[in-house]
Design a protein around this ligand. Sequence first.
Ligand SMILES: NC(=O)c1ccc[n+]([C@@H]2O[C@H](COP(=O)([O-])OP(=O)(O)OC[C@H]3O[C@@H](n4cnc5c(N)ncnc54)[C@H](OP(=O)(O)O)[C@@H]3O)[C@@H](O)[C@H]2O)c1
Length: 310
Amino acid sequence: MRALAVDHTSPGHLSLTDVPDPRPAAHEALVRVEAVSLNFGEVHGATRPEVPDGTVLGWDAAGVVVQAAADGSGPAEGARVVTLGETGWAELRAVPAALLGTAPEDADPGALSTVPVAGLSALHVLRRMGSLLGRRVLVTGASGGVGRYAVQLAARAGAHVVAISRSSAQADGLRSLGAREVHPEPAAVREPVAAVLDNVGGRHLVDAFAALSAGGTLFSVGRSSEADAVLPPDALLGNEGRHDRSIRTFFLFGDPAAGFSADLTWLAGEIAAGRLDPGISWRGSWARHAEAVQTLLDRRLHGKAVLDLQ
Ligand SMILES: NC(=O)c1ccc[n+]([C@@H]2O[C@H](COP(=O)([O-])OP(=O)(O)OC[C@H]3O[C@@H](n4cnc5c(N)ncnc54)[C@H](OP(=O)(O)O)[C@@H]3O)[C@@H](O)[C@H]2O)c1
């Protein structure tokens, strides 16, 4: 089969090449991949010298089941699916039922492919916040893949969403996704917030933590700024209504995989019905992978990059 594999001599450290077909285990379905979406983590991972040439990466992929799992788990042949895993940038992917959600037949595979890492991360972090009804929730890096899903899902759950984007051009779009306030940085937020989903780290994390009301929690999802988060001594004071605040780490792949199938199916259904915007800001054939990867590495993307396998 063809795959987009690590090749340190090529632009973006990836090239289209032939690799052996996967051999599914009894609990795995074989999926013909139609579209993949890219995440900074895996794209950046491909550039690391210790990752050998020929390695196939890729967490997000959508396609059609061409061979159902032999043990009867998961969907039947012909089902349209969205999948999470490690080796998605290839024409075929073997996936266990726990990492696979089903989607309506007419759903756009490109839109579905944006769901796994970004959609699941947003959903699982927001769930950890508890009821969001009437509560102020701050989302940093709101114009990104995780951020766009977080803004939409938090707004749907009844939160007053405070979105942070450095780019003023993103403000109208974020409001249309459900943000009630858009600010260029967390330091500009005037009213306290009950919870934070932080995609950026560095100064954003420090200032977002300062915006928390008593008992509030900041969930550290990403470090897109690649900057140190330096908390001055006063940042950890608990007086004047700032007591009992916390910072929690999050790792999607650390969540029990048993929960992913139902959530992938639900998110895929919402995408297919037009109730969630996949936030695609770059889309093209996987032959144009170098262009897409460079856009990601340069951090010029505001949303998801999707490659169609054609
Ligand atoms: N822990 C986990 O399991 C997990 C899961 C998924 C993702 N992540 C991580 O979470 C982060 C977000 O993921 P994503 O897919 O949403 O990434 P993304 O699409 O690249 O979005 C990141 C957003 O952060 C903002 N940003 C980028 N660089 C910045 C900087 N120097 N200072 C301030 N803001 C900056 C940008 O928004 P503006 O330009 O509009 O400000 C951008 O849209 C990434 O670091 C990713 O690796 C972690």
